[in-house]
Design a protein. Sequence first.
Length: 177
Amino acid sequence: MRLFIAVNFNGEIKDQILVLQEQLRDQSLRGNFTRPENLHLTLAFLGETPEEKIGSICRIIEDIKTPPFEIRFSRTGCFTHSGKELWWIGADPDSPGLALLQAAHRRLVDLLLEAGLPVDSRSFNAHITLGREIKHSGPIILDNPEITVRVDRVSLMKSEHIRGLLTYSEIFGFSDS
């Protein structure tokens, strides 16, 4: 099972994200744009994980013990890897919630590693993916977002292809409120 741990968003937040995604789509020749129902913030990517590990992962999510907080997303950008562009909305470096999010991420990764679970080793960059493999003919200019997300639930998510569509489903969620 392909798994990751994430913060999911309500419909109002997704609608705000989709405004920026539409700007990106309008300036792109083509790309693989994140489906609205798949918009999320990844805290840890686990990848292929045996089903018998799910119970341990759920207990780890419960052990993070992060009280609810808010984080502001106020910038956009692009990662480039192997000539492919991934466009994103990023957390405001001055958002007080960013330090709380980073601490939750570190605690989560430490607990996963202690449990012998492999975790993606890339450095944590709090972002929401708008689209992958974006191709464009000119510069892309997106409005600076002002999106504030309340983080009050952490979810274990499964990633799978269903009828040809990448689909994310919550297996477990924990709210520490």
